[in-house]
Ligand binder design. Structure first.
Ligand SMILES: O=c1[nH]c(=O)c2[nH]c(=O)[nH]c2[nH]1
Length: 307
């Protein structure tokens, strides 16, 4: 039976491009998920095996990253228009381009140190929290005598666009990782903290205020720590909470290292001066640890933060 080729389109979907613009110490982020779909005179590609009219999806991906460097990302609309026009006007067989873009918004982390020095203090300029509320969680256990309250949050995404290094690690025959002296540090925080309130006769913490302040100390520690590893940042975040919140004795974090890889733009004659990154969603390093007040015993289950 003869068949007829109907609607068809192709391209690279979900190009996760992160562009950092450095205005002195003040950094600006554009974080996009760009999907390219091209169509046109592509019958032969499907019907005969000739790829003469096929611009590789790999090329569409490279174009997204190269354009981020060459022309910047003023807005998702401007960037999409530019890409669509490029594909349609530069390749004769390509008659239509559809560019879909999701943009992830970031806000600066306002640390009290930065606020006290007014905006412009270093800490606030390169530390970001992704817009959209995290999920706040709690678990209460009562056996008729003792209470256990473990609270926390998940899906709070944060990024430092500088002040992060990673070097001096073990190198064996399988190690290919290059040492990094200025990298992006980003993670999606899942954390739990255990209250030392265990008894109806004790005064209860103000749970709402405790959450707000714990979150604030955690974010401030993330923003203010000059990091040599995500492990070190984790320890600082947890320690800051324990040092400032007397109602909390134990903190556990599960921090995926949301890797941002510098894109090699040399093949296109472009220099990538720590500006254009590929945000990988997997694989990811997963850094987990419990930090305890001196004398406290660990009770937060090891895999609780990983839910
Ligand atoms: O902060 C980091 N900790 C690691 O343990 C690690 N391992 C790795 O490859 N990159 C990183 N980064």
């Amino acid at each position: 039976m003869p068949t007829i080729l109907g609607q068809n389109q192709y391209g690279k979907a979900e190009n996760r491009v992160v562009k950092i613009t450095r205005d002195g110490a003040t950094h600006h982020i554009k974080d996009l998920n760009v999907s390219v779909a091209l169509s046109g005179d592509l019958d032969d590609v499907h019907l005969t095996g000739s790829n003469a009219n096929c611009l590789p999806t790999d090329t569409t991906k490279n174009t997204v990253f190269a354009f981020a460097k060459e022309y910047g990302i003023e807005s998702a609309e401007q960037f999409g228009i530019h890409l669509a026009r490029h594909f349609v006007t530069s390749q004769e067989p390509i008659k239509r381009a559809r560019i879909r873009i999701e943009e992830y918004a970031w806000e600066r982390i306002a640390t009290s140190e930065a606020n006290s020095k007014f905006i412009g203090a270093d800490e606030v300029n390169h530390s970001f929290v992704r817009k959209g509320q995290e999920t706040r969680v709690t678990q209460i256990t009562y056996d008729g005598q003792k209470w256990e309250v473990i609270s926390g949050l998940k899906d709070l995404v944060v990024m430092n666009s500088t002040n992060s290094e990673f070097w001096g690690y073990i190198k064996d025959k399988y190690t290919t990782l290059q040492e990094a002296y200025d990298r992006i540090l980003a993670t999606q925080v899942s954390g739990r903290w255990r209250f030392n309130w265990t008894d109806d006769d004790q005064r209860m913490p103000n749970w709402e205020r405790s959450y707000e302040q714990t979150r604030r100390h955690m974010l401030e520690a993330f923003a203010e720590t000059y990091s040599y590893s995500l492990q070190q940042t984790l320890y600082q975040m947890a320690t800051r909470i324990i040092n400032h919140r007397s109602e909390i004795d134990e903190v556990r974090f599960s921090l995926p290292n949301k890797h941002h890889f510098l894109v090699d733009l040399e093949p296109f004659g472009l220099k990538n001066d720590n500006e254009v990154y590929y945000a990988a969603d997997r694989m990811y390093g997963l850094i987990e640890a419990t930090v305890l007040r001196d004398g406290a015993t660990a009770q937060i289950p090891v895999d609780m933060t990983n839910l």
